[in-house]
Design a protein around this ligand. Sequence first.
Ligand code: AMP
Ligand code: MN
Ligand code: MN
Ligand code: MN
Length: 277
Amino acid sequence: MLEKYDLHCHSTASDGSLTPTELVLRAKNNGVTHLSLTDHDTVAGIVEAQITADSVGIKLIPGIELSVNWQNKTLHIIGLNINPDFPDLSQGIAALQITRKTRAEKIAQKLAKKNINGALEGVKQLAGKGMITRLHFANFLVTNNHVETQQKAFDKLLGKGKPAFVTTQWPELEIAISWIINSGGLPIIAHPFRYKLTASWMRRLLSAFKELGGVGIEVVTGRSSTDDIHKTGKYAKDFGLSGSVGSDFHSPDNVWVELGRLAKLPADIKPVWHLLK
Ligand code: AMP
Ligand code: MN
Ligand code: MN
Ligand code: MN
C-alpha cells in the first residue's frame, strides 16, 4: 500500500475543531496511512486517537507541538513518537497548562481594556477541556463580531506587539528538546518560515537546534510553496536534519489546509520517518 504521512495536526485537545476520533477518521478517509496528532502543549487527545486509529487501521504516532522560548523568540517544536507518560514530559506539560491558563486570563484582561468583555468565559467555552490558545480568542472575537476574520483578530489584537499580546515565558528550547528526547521522541522544528527569521537567524537557530539534539525540520507543510520546500530542503541538507511533512490541520473550515494534502518530500531529503523504529 502507498504510504501517506501527515505528521502535524490538531484536535479539540488544543485548538483543532475535530475530536481525536473525527480527526483520525478524516485522515483515514483522505488516504493517510501514518498520522501524528500534535496538539499544542498537551497529549490529552492521544489515547482516544490511538483507539480509533487501531480500529480503522491507520498508524498513529503520538506527538506534541511544544511552545518554546529561544533567544526571546517563540518557536514551535514537534515531538514525534514521544512517550506521553514519560515523567519529565508530563511535568512539563502540567506546568504549561498553568502557563496557558494564566496567559489566557491576562489576554482577557487586555481585551477588557479595549472594551471587549467576556473573553475568558468565551474561550473557556470554546476550548472545553482543551488547552486554550490564541486561536480560541480569535474565534471568540470573530463570533462576537469584534473582528471579521481570524487573521484580523491577530493583526489587530492578538499578534505580537498588538494590544492584547501577552509575552509568555515558554520553556527554553534546550529543556523542551530534552523532554522530547528523554521520552523517546524526535525533536522537529515546526513550520520554519512562520517565525519570520532572517537567513542568518535561521542558520543560528538550526545550528543551535542540531547541537541540542534536534533531528528534523518540517520541509513540507500544508501551506508550503515550491520555493519554501526548496529552501527548507536546502537548510535540512546543510544542517544534517531529516525532513518532516505535516499539514498543521486545525479545522475543515479552513479550505486551504487538509489532512494528508501535502506536496511530496523531495527525493534528496532524508524522511524523518526513517528514524522511527
Ligand atoms: P498560541 O500557541 O496560543 O499562541 O496560539 C497560536 C495558534 O494560533 C497557532 O497554532 C495557530 O493555530 C493560530 N494562529 C497564529 N497566528 C495566526 C494567524 N495569523 N492567523 C490564524 N491563526 C493563527
Ligand atoms: Mn494552533
Ligand atoms: Mn505551530
Ligand atoms: Mn500546529
